[in-house]
Design a binder for this molecule. Structure first.
Ligand code: PLP
Length: 444
């Protein structure tokens, strides 16, 4: 389409939409409208094309405009637009759940459907609390997150989250939460190829909280296996296994928040599988439907599920759910996304592309102001030194320049974070990093 065709898509009035996580006043002075997307590319209202370096927001894992998914959605709408799942059922939710759990490590064989990552996290935390009550351990009420972690914007996820700018505006948040120390920033891990070699023992910080609160007061620990929205923080080699061991020792449930890492990002359907560490609960969303229809899923182990089922009391075992849990259209979208992931072996792409991804990323390390590069699977971050007088400004300017040059990358602070669709080619990886490199060199 020509720029003119796009022009009539630009809205006249920008006032009514209160945009999420956006500086409204700044954006609305100089707005940018994305009007279409195809494969690896977005097009804006000026007709300018950009390579999508972020898979939307870590979610369009199979690339844009997958007609197979669109067709499945249309067909589902023509058949059954909506039926709820409160003491009622429609076939596709059961069929989809049955298929989905086969992609997640044993024994996580049950899935609770939600509509977003934030709902998945809150659901997981509630299941953990309710599980311990069922187990006769009602004292286990503390929920532990990690500094710099991101678990969405529900009160539960925000409370275990560790990003001060997100927490601060909202006061005290949930009582009884605490945080283990972050894993980011060890000098020995700078510019590591793949997982950081140092820092496994940072997991021992959980023992500090066990000593402080008592193990029998702690319900669960939630971590992102690879931190995303905090700036792409990779787990040190051995760290996740050590966390698992400590949780086992003290009867604490381990939750992996795989809202970003789920559905292929690390080179397997889940990071749990990729790293060979099985948590008790996994939260997902985003790539579950290739971002076409909002949906999330919380996977729980047999042991947890069965604990809820082992009761003589009739009726609801878990008083929790959403109007749209297992929405038929979302299930159809998820089913079609799974078809694509399977047919195109997309979960294997990060391993196939890893060498070119890492070579291309690390080639930027001698550029001015580059203080760290993190690259693993199809995840990455290029961290720039903050300007003394204006932190985050350099990252923003480099990202803007990348956009002008044809690559859309996301600045988080002074890091440019990367998570392209898994369909990216080797040439597109090289193009992405060439643009980033040029943009860095051209920005003071
Ligand atoms: C690890 C993690 N958990 C939860 C969420 C929240 O997901 P949503 O924005 O769909 O609520 C995100 C979003 O980026 C995330 O990265």
């Amino acid at each position: 389409m020509t720029p003119d065709t796009h022009h009539n898509l630009v809205p006249d009035n920008l006032d009514a939409f209160w945009m999420p996580f956006t500086g409204q006043r700044q954006f609305k002075k100089d707005p940018r409208f994305i009007v279409s997307a195809e494969g690896m590319y977005y097009t804006d209202s000026q007709g300018h094309e950009t390579l999508d370096g972020s898979a939307g927001l870590w979610c369009v894992n199979a690339g844009h405009h997958r007609t197979q998914i669109n067709d499945a959605i249309a067909q589902q709408l023509d058949t059954l637009d909506f039926a709820h799942s409160f003491n009622s059922g429609h076939p596709i939710a059961f069929q989809y759940a049955d298929r989905l759990v086969k992609h997640v490590p044993d024994p996580l064989n049950h899935v609770f459907f939600t509509n977003s990552g934030s709902e998945s996290v809150d659901t997981a935390l509630k299941i953990a609390l309710a599980y311990h009550r069922r187990n006769g351990q009602a004292g286990r009420q503390r929920l532990i997150g990690r500094e710099k972690g991101y678990h969405g914007m529900g009160f539960g996820g925000l409370s275990v989250g560790g990003l001060v700018k997100n927490r601060n505006p909202f006061g005290l948040l949930l009582p009884g939460t605490d945080h283990i120390g972050q894993t980011h920033g060890l000098p020995a891990n700078r510019f590591a190829r793949g997982l950081p070699p140092e820092g496994k023992d940072l997991a021992l910080d959980l023992e500090r909280l066990v000593e402080l609160h008592g193990a029998d007061a702690i319900a669960a620990v939630i971590v992102e296996p690879v931190g995303g929205a905090g700036g792409v923080h990779l787990p040190p080699v051995g760290y996740l296994q050590l966390l698992r061991d400590i949780c086992d020792r003290y009867g604490i449930l381990l939750i992996f928040d795989e809202v970003i890492t789920g559905f292929g990002r690390t080179g397997a359907c889940t990071a749990a599988e990729r790293f060979g560490v099985t948590p008790d609960i996994i939260t997902t969303a985003k790539g579950i439907t290739n971002a076409t229809i909002p949906m999330g899923g919380v996977f729980v182990s047999d042991a947890i599920f069965e604990r809820f089922m082992e009761t003589d009391v009739p009726g609801v075992e878990l008083a929790h759910g959403y109007t749209y849990s297992g929405h038929p259209v979302a299930c159809a979208a998820g089913m079609a996304a799974l078809d694509i992931y399977e047919q195109e072996s997309l979960f294997q792409r990060p391993a196939q592309l890893q060498t070119v991804w890492q070579d291309s990323a690390l080639a930027l390390q001698s550029l001015p102001n580059v203080i760290d590069i993190r690259c693993f699977a199809l995840l990455g971050a290029v961290e720039l030194s903050p300007r003394a007088d204006a932190p985050m400004q350099r990252g923003l300017e480099v990202a803007q320049r990348c956009y002008q040059k044809g690559a859309w990358v996301r600045p988080i602070g002074d890091s440019l974070v990367l998570s392209p669709p898994l369909i990216i080619s080797e040439q597109e990886i090289q193009k992405l990093f060439t643009i980033i490199g040029e943009a860095i060199s051209e920005t003071s």
